[in-house]
Write a protein that binds this ligand. Structure first.
Ligand SMILES: C[S@@+](CC[C@H](N)C(=O)[O-])C[C@H]1O[C@@H](n2cnc3c(N)ncnc32)[C@H](O)[C@@H]1O
Length: 232
């Protein structure tokens, strides 16, 4: 399953990823703004772990705001990592970033990170135990009290509001240029290839795997984000 997801983020997808999601960028801009502010009390020389860094947008945004910070980009898909490297290099930021093109569990041990981001990644782990272990592996890499901002698709499919949210989400991805046949497929794979755990279930998984009870800090249709603090 993990490898299928990574295979999905191939060369063609990596090359078009940022352009494809540009129409929805305002939604992600809000998430980046909140993350920047949520992390604003971190030390001047903080180190940040970015899990599933994709094409590097969260690193770019944080690096621009906090010139003293260093980043570890963890990204298993080779093509996504290549775009991430190129973008950071073009922005003159690559000397502040360590690149690990693999999964988090293979990141060599090192000093604990002050904070982590994990945007639109854990929902690919459809098995709740694997998803919980994933959050635990992030917690293990953080210093005591270290912060995590995680964002994922989450929806309570039994909630009467779900159909309306899903309809709006499908209209949004149509506005971003997704063809009808792909939208139909997207609707079918929601809850199958992408976890459709309720917000309460995601919160419980985070809290049971190394973090204090998370606080939801953002919702835009089906995307929700939480701010969590490493427990203990
Ligand atoms: C939807 S993209 C999000 C990228 C970026 N965080 C963003 O917000 O634009 C998901 C990324 O997570 C990566 N990914 C998938 N499964 C992963 C896993 N188990 N561990 C780390 N990264 C993973 C994918 O290769 C892909 O680049």
């Amino acid at each position: 399953m993990k490898n299928d997801v990574v295979a999905h983020f191939d060369k063609d997808r990596a090359a078009t990823y940022d352009e494809q999601w540009k129409p929805l960028a305002p939604m992600m801009d809000a998430l980046h703004l909140l993350t920047r502010i949520a992390f604003s009390a971190l030390p001047e020389r903080a180190s940040i772990l970015c899990v599933g860094a994709g094409t590097g947008t969260e690193i770019l945004r944080l690096a621009e705001a906090y010139p003293g910070w260093r980043f570890a980009a963890v990204e298993p898909a080779e093509a996504m990592m290549e775009v991430c490297r190129q973008r950071l290099e073009a922005a003159g930021l690559s000397d502040r970033c360590d690149f690990h093109q693999s999964y988090l569990e293979t990141l060599p041990p090192g000093p604990a990170f002050d904070a982590a981001t994990c945007f639109l990644v854990s929902h690919f782990l459809t098995d709740a135990a694997a998803r919980g272990a994933f959050f635990a592996s992030i917690a293990e890499r953080l210093s005591a009290g270290g912060l995590l901002v995680s964002a994922d698709l989450a929806a309570d499919r039994k909630d009467p509001a779900f159909d309306r949210l899903m309809a709006l989400w499908l209209d949004l991805i149509a506005a971003a240029g997704m063809l009808l046949e792909n939208r139909i497929r997207y609707r079918q794979m929601f809850g199958v290839e992408v976890a459709a755990q309720s917000p309460q279930e995601v919160e419980a998984l985070i809290a049971e795997n190394g973090f204090e009870a998370p606080t939801q800090i953002y919702q835009s249709v089906l995307i929700r984000a939480w701010l969590s603090r490493r427990a203990g």
